[in-house]
Design a binder for this molecule. Structure first.
Ligand code: ADP
Length: 932
């Protein structure tokens, strides 16, 4: 059992559930034992050995002033770090206690401008264990005081919300903590840490109490936090913030309850697919946010990101944003002036938190002063311009500018112009701010100048050369006299030290002045810091005002950013219609238009035409077209202009996407199971007011399965869900659905084919496409020429024989003709082509009659012509023939002449592995002769 300092360390460590403890020992914070090793490992600190009562312990330490960066570095790596400070007891001894636990969700000093959320998730203990939810969710950004709470219906909504906020730390409530499936999913989605926090803090009574303590009973009721689950999550967050000692509770001035009616459901998969804040590869560059972000302040960037990741449904908010963007977009000069002013703004929301936590120094209060001073400048930039009575001006009017001016004034009167970085040691406050301080400073300065002039005076008075006055730690103030004249010093000089070339003396007067200067120095420092702290507290009391002003600046910045982008890229204001429609004229993809010469396209989804089947060759632009639709919808519901000549946008309650197995496979994410889970989620969650984007469904399985699932999903979405849907598919067969389902229409991405060259036109036209251009893509991709020309040959032959329509493809590549069936067709006997038809009335596959299926007569005979021979006849992959062979094959085989049948039997009996090649050759020759 360790005793002494290490024992104390280990005792304190046992008190906390933190991963690491830093304990103050005089001028250092020390880590001992395992903690020392961990810190040394993670942060390259050097380690030494501390002997304590016969045992030896690893030890590592950092100076007091350097603790913060070390702690933050540990927290960035996901550790929770307890900090124990040393204090003096009444008896004059030292004692230590833990004053703060720094955790990923409560750390104040962060290295970037992004919001940093702490989340708590609660589930009703009494809820049915089979049901998935509901959950209470609270999210707090302690660096800015943002605090939100809501209730979500199920695990998928919960994951979507968590993905959106990407919390640095998640506190699961008692029931959630034991839900391995959910926690596993959360861990997979997020980089944040999961912390098991005191279950008691999630209990209804305690949580409600915490919320009321913080916001008052009335506010708690009036913010509409009626859900007990949301209150429990919010209460747990408050307790955690309090318990970890971040000291920012006072900056959490408001709790925003947001409900499902205002939210647009964008699940985690869709957020990823639409590349809202990062690309599928995980880069911020090339995301939607990256493209439209022209903000000049950190807070503006945070807000714009929030708008894009949390689109809304309430018309009023969106209309106000659009009005503001419109006004700002057309008033270029005023906009530029506003952005110029904003460029000087500091992050007031963060400064508010730092002020309440007591970590803000004089320089930070100066930043507050300077940023508040911008408010009148911003008002000036707006006044007399077309913005004057626009919502852009209204944003500024929401700040109490008089109180802001008072605070600015108060800070201006108090703070020195160029205060030092250190909070203690003087120089923080202006002369004239406090009489007592001025007097102390006056006396301090006068003693100091007495000391400064002493050497000169002594030289003159006593005719000495080589005299200096200085101080150091051991000797205090002294008069130093050169050896040559040391014997001529006057009476009253007491020698204290002899050096090689000089001697040091003190006098009574000097000793007296030394005591005085030290006393004044200390008194001055103490008083100044006291005054500074009082000032900081007065600022902290106005945290809400700072947040309001910070928010207004952020909003103006985000709006100006949207306006700037709209003006630069010629975006237009979407008309938010009450109807269920998305009608886009000359729409573009917001990100792709910036990187290529983009071909604009129209889109119409409405009551008559609510489901578009999008066909076209691979690489022609199908996904781009569909994502563009989703992004235009999303931008409109973020309050932004959209990349189109004109757009009528009916608000949606959710945007759902699922992206083809191929793209996802590349991410190593998709399996057929995942694909089906995503489809299932869409079919369950989407409503008549949703927008659904399906980029290939069913490719992860065999053709028959795939088509059947895609077919059934289409019918379900069309008939039951009635969501506005865009569905890209390589199953051309599905295009026939347009003839049978009233709201389904076909569109295709056009290509131009001339002289054997295929050009992608990128133009979307009505009607289905008639073939795919896989071979062309193979060519583009650099597949060797001989293979490409052979593939062309094979394809031509297949087409001639119309066999292509009688055979689907189970190719995982891009469709027709290049799949496993292709090779055998040209050489295959004409008579044994197996026709399989998708029966549109029953929605099932039927084995075709051999007579009708005879190749060379137009492929699919009766069914085929009904469906349109070129475009849509239903075909089955030859690789799938086994499924129908049982019904169809015997009939076909019966009609073969006996000789042919014999050849086929012999052929299928051959053991290729066991037969020598030469013999094989001669047998093939023989069979051919017999067939002739
Ligand atoms: P598909 O989904 O049909 O395979 P993509 O949508 O992935 O095709 O588009 C293929 C390529 O074409 C992409 O590189 C994209 O940038 C480009 N593209 C798509 N649509 C357009 C367009 N309208 N104008 C210009 N380039 C486009």
């Amino acid at each position: 059992m360790a005793t002494g300092i290490v024992g104390e360390f280990l005792d304190l460590k046992a008190e906390t559930d933190a991963d690491v403890l830093a304990m103050q020992c005089g001028d250092f914070y020390e880590f001992f034992a395992d903690d020392a090793e961990l810190v040394a490992d993670e942060l390259d600190l050097s380690i030494s050995q501390k002997s304590s009562h016969g045992s030896s312990y690893p030890m590592a330490g950092v100076p007091l002033s350097e603790l913060t960066p070390y702690v933050n570095a540990l927290v960035e790596r996901g550790y929770r770090v307890a900090v124990a400070d040393q204090y003096e007891t009444d008896g004059g001894d030292h004692a230590r206690e833990i004053v703060r636990v720094v955790t990923p969700g409560t750390v104040l000093e962060t290295s970037d401008d992004d919001a940093r959320y702490l989340a708590a998730v609660v589930r009703d203990e009494a809820a049915d264990s089979d049901a998935d939810g509901p959950y209470g969710l609270a999210l707090a950004d302690v660096t800015t005081g943002r605090f939100l709470a809501t209730t979500v219906d199920d695990g998928s909504d919960l994951r979507a919300e968590l993905y959106r906020f990407d919390p640095a730390e998640v506190l699961p409530g008692p029931r959630v903590r034991n839900d391995d499936g959910l926690l596993g999913a959360v861990r997979e989605d997020l980089s944040g840490r999961v912390t098991a926090f005191d279950a008691e803090a999630f209990a209804t009574g305690r949580a409600r109490h915490a919320v009321r303590e913080q916001f008052g009973r009335e506010t708690t009721d009036s913010v509409g936090l009626d859900s007990e689950l949301a209150v429990r999550a919010a209460g747990a967050v408050l307790s955690y913030v309090e318990e970890t000692g971040a000291g920012v509770l006072a900056s959490m001035t408001r709790l925003t309850a947001y409900g499902a009616d205002d939210r647009v459901d964008v699940d985690a998969t869709t957020q990823r697919n639409l590349e809202i804040t990062e690309t599928m590869r995980g880069d911020a560059d090339g995301s939607l946010f990256d493209t439209v972000d022209h903000t000049v302040t950190a807070a503006g960037g945070r807000l714009l990101r929030e708008w894009l990741t949390r689109p809304r449904r309430d018309r009023e908010t969106l209309a106000a944003r659009l009005d503001a963007v419109e006004a700002l977009a057309s008033a270029a000069l005023a906009r530029d002036r506003i952005r110029e002013v904003l460029d000087d703004a500091y992050d007031l929301e963060r400064l508010a938190s730092r002020t309440t936590s007591g970590s803000a120094g004089a320089r930070e209060l100066l930043s507050v002063r300077d940023t508040l001073a911008l408010l009148p400048d911003l008002a000036d930039a707006v006044a007399g311009t077309p913005l004057d009575d626009s919502p852009a001006a209204a944003v500024l009017d929401r700040v109490d500018r008089e109180r802001a001016a008072d605070l600015r004034e108060e800070l201006a009167e108090a703070l020195a112009e160029d205060p030092p970085k250190a909070k203690t040691g003087g120089g923080l406050l202006k002369e004239g701010y406090d009489e007592e301080l001025d007097e102390l400073i006056g006396r301090h300065e006068s003693v100091k100048s007495w000391l400064d002039g002493l050497a000169e005076r002594e030289k003159r008075r006593h005719g000495l050369s080589h005299v200096t006055v200085d101080r150091n730690k051991t000797d205090g103030y002294y008069i130093q006299v050169g050896k040559s004249v040391a014997d001529r010093v006057p009476e009253g000089y007491r020698e204290i030290k002899t050096l090689k070339n000089s001697k040091r003396f003190v006098t009574d007067e000097l000793a007296e002045k030394e005591r005085e200067v030290l006393r004044l120095e200390e008194a001055r420092g103490e008083l100044e810091y006291e005054l500074f702290e009082a000032l900081r507290e007065r600022v902290a009391e106005r945290a809400e005002l700072l947040q309001d002003a910070g928010r207004a600046i952020a909003e103006l910045d985000a709006l100006a950013s949207l306006a700037t982008h709209a003006a630069r890229r010629d975006w237009s204001r979407p008309e938010l219609t009450e109807e269920r429609r998305l009608d886009v004229e000359a729409g573009r993809h917001p990100v792709v238009e910036g990187t290529t010469d983009f071909v604009p396209n129209d889109l119409r989804l409405d009551a008559e035409r609510g489901f578009l089947i999008v066909t076209g060759p691979n690489m022609s632009g199908k996904s781009t077209y569909m994502r563009q639709a989703a992004l235009i919808q999303l931008l409109a519901q973020a309050g932004s202009f959209v990349p189109a000549r004109a757009a009528e946008v009916g608000l949606v309650d959710g945007i759902y996407t699922r992206v083809g197995a191929l793209d996802e496979l590349a991410q190593g994410r998709s399996t057929f199971m995942v694909e089906m889970q995503e489809l299932s989620n869409i079919l369950h969650s989407a409503t008549e007011d949703s927008l659904v984007i399906l980029d290939e469904v069913g490719r992860g399985t065999a053709t028959y399965d795939g088509i059947s699932i895609a077919w059934a999903a289409t019918e379900y979405l069309h008939n039951e869900v009635r969501a506005r849907t865009l569905f890209a598919t390589h199953y051309h067969e599905l295009t026939t659905l347009a003839d049978h389902l009233p709201r389904v229409a076909n569109v295709h991405v056009a290509v131009d084919e001339r002289d054997g060259e295929v050009t992608f036109l990128r133009t979307v036209r009505d009607g289905p496409t008639n073939r795919s251009y896989g071979v062309h893509v193979a060519d583009l991709a650099g597949v060797p020429d001989p293979v490409v020309s052979r593939a062309d040959e094979v394809l031509d032959r297949l087409r001639e024989e119309k066999a292509i329509e009688a055979r689907g493809s189970r190719s995982a590549g891009d469709g027709d003709g290049t799949g496993s069936g292709a090779g055998e067709v040209p050489g295959g006997g004409a008579g044994d082509t197996q026709q399989v038809v998708f029966d549109l009335s029953s929605g099932s596959f039927a084995g075709g009659d051999g007579d009708e299926g005879a190749a060379g007569t137009g492929g699919s005979a009766s069914e085929g012509s009904r469906n349109g021979a070129e475009s849509g006849s239903m075909a089955a992959g030859s690789g799938e023939r086994a499924e129908t062979a049982e019904t169809a094959a015997p009939a076909a085989a019966d009609r073969l002449d006996p000789e042919t049948r014999a050849v086929i039997e012999e052929l299928s009996d051959v053991d290729v592995a066991e037969t020598p090649p030469v013999e094989l050759l001669s047998r093939v020759q023989e069979w051919q002769e017999r067939l002739d």
